[in-house]
Design a binder for this molecule. Structure first.
Ligand SMILES: [Zn+2]
Ligand SMILES: [Zn+2]
Ligand SMILES: [Zn+2]
Length: 295
């Protein structure tokens, strides 16, 4: 709360009730006519405005968040469009704000500081911050930081030792940190899996959740297990598009007849929009896996 005599530039945290977005605002921001960015982006999208094309996988969004120094305040949605608003907190200054995925990646390209608070204070990242973010992505930075996010930097993969030249801009738009280790994780043409989880403690009957992930590691499956999910079935398919088609087919069949009483707060690793009430049962995912053509 603001106190009389307090710092007029101080920020205070508000929740915009119509949309639930959490934002830090200051008195100067309110005087300039503050509008909720989450609501503004949603109304622009509803009016047919398209800025960021293509869809973003969870892995690509998580990498953008790391490169941009942001922490999502609500679960990210898989296959989100570039215009999807994301409510985040800056890991440098703590400021809460909303922008689209496209907007944040443009922030990396233009100034490396997608946070509007850091940006307005002309805050520049230090070499330590940049090498820390590279390290989070499994890269050891060996170049000096030139202060320009578009410049390719020398780095070494800390997992396999492969040398790499990559810019912050490229990492922010979803380029794999290590071509040898991460290529298949981010490559939509690589094999993917469709999985089915049962969460017995959500809703009166439990809920089923369908989801997709790559085949490189089981991190996503472990996250759902850690919050009480039971893995029911996993099938492997040729690529991300096939996996997504199966997920969409399952949701169109089950969600209209059995909507699930699940909110993003129930599933901290995402997927609240991919659930249905367990009383109607679940499909055998295998029945939708395309069979290889036989001559
Ligand atoms: Zn709002
Ligand atoms: Zn910031
Ligand atoms: Zn590597």
């Amino acid at each position: 709360m603001l106190r009389p005599g307090g710092d007029a530039r101080a920020r205070f945290r508000v929740r915009h009730e119509p949309c639930g977005a959490i934002t830090d605002v200051s008195l100067p921001m309110l005087h300039k006519g503050w509008v909720c960015q989450a609501c503004k982006l949603a109304s622009l999208t509803a009016s047919g405005w398209v800025q960021g094309r293509g869809s973003w996988s969870l892995e690509r969004q998580e990498q953008l968040m790391t490169v941009a120094g942001l922490r999502p305040l609500s679960p990210l949605l898989d296959n989100a469009l570039g215009d999807q608003p994301v409510n985040v907190e800056c890991t440098t200054c703590g400021g809460a704000q909303t922008n689209s995925l496209f907007g944040f990646s443009e922030g990396v390209r233009l100034s490396w500081m997608p946070c509007s608070f850091c940006n307005s204070q002309r805050f520049k990242p230090t070499a330590e911050m940049v090498s820390e973010r590279f390290a989070t992505l499994g890269l050891t930075l060996t170049s000096a930081w030139p202060g320009d996010p578009t410049v390719g930097l020398d780095a070494t993969c800390s997992r396999c030792g492969t040398q790499r030249i990559v810019s912050c801009l490229a990492l922010g738009s979803g380029t794999p940190p290590c071509l040898r280790r991460d290529g298949r994780r981010l490559d939509p043409e690589a094999p993917h899996r469709v999985y089915l989880f049962f969460f017995p403690r959500l809703g009166p009957n439990g809920v089923f959740k369908v989801g997709i992930t790559h085949c490189v590691d089981d991190r996503r499956l472990a996250q759902h297990t850690a919050v009480g999910g039971h893995l029911v079935q996993v099938v492997e398919v040729a690529d991300r598009a096939t996996a997504f088609a199966i997920e969409t087919t399952v949701l169109r069949k089950f969600q209209p007849i059995a909507p699930a009483p699940v909110t993003p707060a129930d599933l901290p690793y995402g997927g609240a929009s991919e659930c249905w009430d367990a009383f109607v049962g679940h499909p055998d995912l295998q029945q939708w896996v395309p069979r290889p053509a036989v001559d």
